[in-house]
Ligand binder design. Structure first.
Ligand code: A2P
Length: 341
């Protein structure tokens, strides 16, 4: 593409949409125009784009005329309805929802892991689930070094992953409890303030949650290896920004903690924070507002021959959503793939 692209951000008023606009501005994403789209509720309001303000327009089927790339973060049903309209108008869609992720015709991409999958897109590219993205960024270089056979992951996920309403719910509950009032909940099934919820998304027939199965299935698709066995427990915790994960891997070839630290220090998008003697390890307060995926607490799993434990933290709104979306768009542009085939 020779000319600068026209970019649409769908869900521009949401937690991720606002971060996408900020990321586009911060990384100087080339553009002829940026269109901020949301529901009729927000039409006419404004959102920040760098030092400028954009007027939000209502998303309609005609919103994509002349648009080269649309970055969607407005929920699955909006994506299902409007992404095909965008593609029909000749616009490439990068979609943050789970609507298209497991569609075999849709690449599911983390640019540090499987950028080559972008080559076969047919108009829609799916951005993976936030917890999956940060895990595969750290696991791919270890998989390349020693072939991962099995992954056991437990997550500690921030409320911002549920969107603006959940951020407000945690704020309100903390205020209510400190004022001696009863905490009210609408977004989550139970109080989230000073609590942990071992349920993210709905329960499925196999007794896992949808979030847990996203981690299982998406990891295999992104890593391009169906043989990796993954089991997950996903938990919502009262943190605003930054998902944490305790990850255990079993590899075919032994990787020592020292080797893992060396491999991960060279890995794109990864920052090793692992000096327990100095109390240095990844935490949400370290990762919030940062682009990198932080890995630490790397140690041998002494219960098996070839096992490692580690703690992985990233800003779920940045690498888990907005940044990965923008990186996909950047890679499409670099590889001259910003067109509907
Ligand atoms: P709006 O603010 O107008 O409701 P979050 O995940 O933080 O809750 O944000 C969701 C984003 O998706 C918001 O920008 C929201 O717009 C947008 N959105 C939700 N439903 C629709 C819809 N039916 N059409 C267009 N945008 C939508």
């Amino acid at each position: 593409m020779k000319k600068q692209p026209v970019v649409a951000v769908v869900g521009a008023t949401g937690a991720v949409g606002r971060e996408i606009l900020d990321t586009l501005a911060r990384r100087n994403f080339p553009h002829a125009e940026i269109r901020a789209l949301a529901s009729s509720r927000s039409a006419g309001t404004s959102v920040d784009f760098g030092s400028k303000q954009l007027t939000v327009q209502e998303l309609t089927e005609d919103s994509f005329t002349g648009v080269d790339v649309a970055l969607f973060s407005a929920g699955g049903s909006t994506s299902e309805k409007f992404a095909p309209c965008a593609v029909k108008a000749g616009c490439v869609v990068v979609d943050n929802s789970s609507a298209w992720r497991m569609d075999p015709a849709v690449p599911l991409v983390v640019p540090e892991v499987n950028p080559d999958d972008l080559a076969w897109h047919k108009g829609i590219i799916a951005n993976p689930n936030c917890s999956t993205i940060q895990m595969v960024v750290a696991l791919k270089p270890l998989h390349d070094a020693g072939r991962i056979k099995r992954v056991i992951v437990s997550t500690y996920q921030a409320v911002s992953g549920t969107g603006q309403k959940a951020i407000k719910e945690l704020e309100n509950q903390v205020r209510q409890l400190f004022n001696g009032q009863e905490a009210t909940n609408e977004v989550y099934p139970h109080r989230i303030a000073f609590n942990c919820l071992p349920q993210i998304d709905v329960f499925l027939d196999n007794e896992y949650t949808k979030e847990e199965m996203k981690m299982v299935l998406e990891t295999k698709k992104i890593m391009g290896d169906d043989s990796i066995r993954v089991t997950a427990t996903t938990v919502r915790v009262p943190v605003f920004y930054g998902h944490s994960e305790s990850v255990n891997i079993e590899t075919e070839k032994k990787i020592t903690p020292k080797e893992a630290r060396a491999i991960l220090s060279q890995a794109p998008g990864v920052c090793v924070l692992d000096n327990p003697g100095e109390k240095i390890y990844p935490m949400p307060i370290v990762a919030a507002g940062e682009d990198e995926t932080f890995v630490g607490r790397i140690r041998e799993d002494e219960t098996i021959a070839n096992g490692l434990n580690m703690f992985i933290v990233a800003d779920n709104i940045r690498k888990g959503a907005a940044l990965n979306t923008v990186q996909i768009a950047e890679t499409l542009l670099e590889r001259d793939l910003l067109r509907v085939p």
